[in-house]
Design a protein around this ligand. Structure first.
Ligand code: HEM
Length: 397
């Protein structure tokens, strides 16, 4: 059972079960997923890092493969929308990757990110004031809908020229994509999701042909339309949904960490340290995949070419070999910043500075509000191999 892996569901090399946590995990566990495909689940920080930084032995080609094989009916729907996802960014182990990555990195340059801080601060401050007024009046508020859901997309749209689509359409598409590719699904649901994903893919395809900014730069560099669409597709999913999820996870965690909130208020705790500790303990991307290119070994386990290797990023962040108090939220503790929430190596997240800036801005502005609330409805997390995908997060005074 690979799903809900963030919850420490017991998984042994022999099989799976549900219920109480195992005190000890093997460094590399053989686990079967819901359709019986075997994966190697890597649980230790050093080994996860080793895989991520050795693209010759462990290729990224399977990063976006659907974990529930798509039935012909869903494939037909996608084909009708001319859906294609060629290797562009996360799943591109080929020669074109460095150039595509460099163009995306230009759009997300730290200077351009820093220039958005004041604008974002003003927007978040305004939102938090509205939410605080609601709380003051005794009304419950949804911090996912009120803060986390759309802010990352609004910022992204100021950095990267995107199709002119309503926020709700982009969110629906992005969440459908995360479910279609990373969740255990039945055929009916796959067909519904294929319709959502295919529909928006068509919008992206039209934009890729004429849009400026990053799309124009990719076209000018000679990349074919499919590559432009693939890059936009990944950016719209990875570039906003992950950060939305992280903001919700972090706010939820902080409500249960009154000492950290007090430290933020009196200045004894740095917001940047809170964000890093949040990424370490509550990463929105729980696992990430690679595929073995050759026969090799990993932590003493034989790995045959073609094996799917599932890197448990969330677990690596809690490796006692790296961090002093693995399960405790202690901003600034030794090892706090050594998490692998953004991956490592040639494919390391290019949006990390953007995500950090957004999280630091939100935490700074929302900390006083979080200190005085209780949770009415904690976020709910659907089964998904990789993404947390929280929904509503409702609090009241
Ligand atoms: C908290 C938020 C985020 C987390 C936890 C996160 C995490 C990740 C991870 C784990 C990877 C794969 C790394 C690897 O294979 O080694 C990745 C790749 C990537 N991320 Fe993020 N990400 C976040 C936000 C963002 C944002 C805001 C953007 C852009 C606006 C972004 C753009 C990308 C891109 C383009 C890649 C592919 C890089 C490549 O293959 O060269 N991410 N991210």
């Amino acid at each position: 059972m690979l799903f809900r892996s963030w919850e420490q569901v017991p998984t042994t090399s022999a099989g799976t079960g549900a219920g109480g946590a195992l005190p000890h995990w093997p460094d590399v566990a053989r686990v079967a997923d819901h359709v019986g495909v075997e994966h190697l689940l890597v649980t230790r920080h050093a080994l996860v890092r080793r895989v991520l930084t050795d693209p010759g032995t462990f290729r990224p080609d399977n990063a976006l493969d659907a974990v529930t094989p798509m039935p012909v009916s869903a494939l037909r729907i996608l084909a009708a929308h001319r859906f294609r996802l060629p290797p562009t960014l996360a799943n591109n182990g080929g020669a074109s990757h460095p150039e595509i990555r460099a163009l995306v990195a230009d759009a997300l340059h730290p200077k351009r990110v820093a220039d958005q801080r004041d604008w974002l601060t003003a927007l978040v401050r305004q939102r938090v004031a509205g939410l605080t007024a609601d709380l003051d009046a005794g009304r419950p508020v949804d911090l996912y809908a009120g803060l986390a859901a759309d802010l990352p997309l609004l910022v992204l749209a100021r950095l990267v020229e995107l199709p002119d689509a309503p926020v709700t359409a982009v969110k629906t598409f992005a969440r459908a994509a995360l479910e279609l590719f990373w969740a255990p699904l039945d055929v009916d649901r796959q067909q519904q999701l294929a319709v959502e994903v295919g529909r928006f893919h068509r919008v992206l395809r039209e934009f890729a042909a004429t849009g400026g900014g990053l799309a124009g730069a990719l076209r000018a560099a000679g990349h074919p339309p499919d590559v432009v669409v693939g890059a936009l597709f990944f950016l719209l999913v990875a570039g906003q949904e992950t950060t939305s999820q992280f903001l919700t996870l972090l706010m939820h965690r902080l409500v249960g960490e009154p000492a950290v909130l007090a430290g933020l208020r009196d200045g004894s705790v740095a917001v940047a340290d809170v964000v890093e500790e949040g990424l370490r303990l509550e990463p929105p991307i729980v696992t990430w995949r690679r595929v073995a290119a050759v026969d090799t070994t990993l932590g003493g386990t034989a790995v045959s070419a073609g094996s799917s290797v599932v890197l448990w990023l969330a677990r690596a962040g809690r490796d006692p070999a790296v961090v002093d108090a693995p399960d405790e939220f202690r901003p600034g503790q030794r090892g706090s910043r050594r998490h692998l929430a953004f991956g490592a190596g040639a494919h390391r997240c290019v949006g990390d500075q953007l995500a950090r800036m957004e999280a630091a801005t939100v935490v700074t502005e929302v900390a006083p509000l979080l200190a005085g609330v209780r949770v009415l409805r904690a976020p709910w997390y659907p089964d998904n191999l990789t993404f947390r995908m929280p929904d509503t997060f409702v609090v009241r005074r």
